[in-house]
Design a protein around this ligand. Structure first.
Ligand SMILES: [Zn+2]
Length: 217
């Protein structure tokens, strides 16, 4: 299956992508991993991306598209893949269609994870991280530490990342609405969009997604 996963920040996209890819035996191709791999391997695209990042500039779409194209051409992606974070705007979606046309393949589904906006803000803005170990993560409502502001695991101080502040989250949502949401309409016109609610526990959402994908397979 060839799947694109879309959803706002805080929808649990990365987590779901990993489980779904495993269940479907297809590689999980995330933009974050693509950048890390290209940069660490020093590929031409990775070097170019790094130049933009060092200059504090946005990496142009053509670089991201090139990385995705290279990755989709790997043997393990021949039978399918799950894209996570790509395409993130209309230009990238059109480029992806071009790549698929070249290889004579097409997408099977675009899985849209839906979360109400206030829930996104609650999920992200409630996160607290440990200063001593960034893998020690708590949530003021869902997984609160025993003592407010103190890590249960190591006693470190808990803090809220700048990226997780409500104002920042609202801005990220705005970017999602203006840049990424138009691709949902683009894919709706192709009859590819499958929308599920991303509310509830991780395994419940995975099950819902698998059932929805089973209906289009
Ligand atoms: Zn800790």
């Amino acid at each position: 299956m060839r799947i694109v996963l879309v959803g706002p920040p805080g929808a649990g996209k990365g987590t779901q992508a990993a489980y779904l890819a495993k269940n479907l035996s297809i590689p999980h191709i995330s933009t974050g991993d693509l950048f890390r791999a290209n940069i660490s391997q020093g590929t031409q695209l990775g070097q170019k991306a790094q130049e933009y990042m060092r200059a504090g500039q946005l990496v142009p779409d053509e670089i991201t598209i090139g990385m995705a194209k290279d990755r989709m051409a790997q043997p393990d992606a021949e039978a399918g893949f799950l894209l996570d974070g790509f395409p993130r705007n209309l230009g990238q979606a059109e480029a992806l269609d071009g790549i698929l046309r070249e290889t004579g393949t097409k997408l099977d589904a675009v899985l849209d994870l839906e979360v109400p906006e206030d829930e996104v803000v609650r999920r992200i803005a409630g996160r607290r991280m440990c200063r001593k170990d960034s893998s020690h993560i708590f949530h003021v409502e869902y997984t609160p530490p025993k003592i407010e502001g103190v890590c249960d695991i190591c006693g470190g101080e808990l803090y809220q990342r700048e990226d997780d502040k409500e104002e920042t989250v609202r801005k990220r949502l705005e970017v999602y609405h203006t840049e990424t949401e138009p691709i949902i309409d683009y894919y709706k016109a192709q009859g590819l969009v499958v929308t599920i609610s991303a509310l509830g526990k991780v395994p419940e959402v995975t099950k819902r997604a698998m059932e929805a994908l089973g209906r289009v397979a």
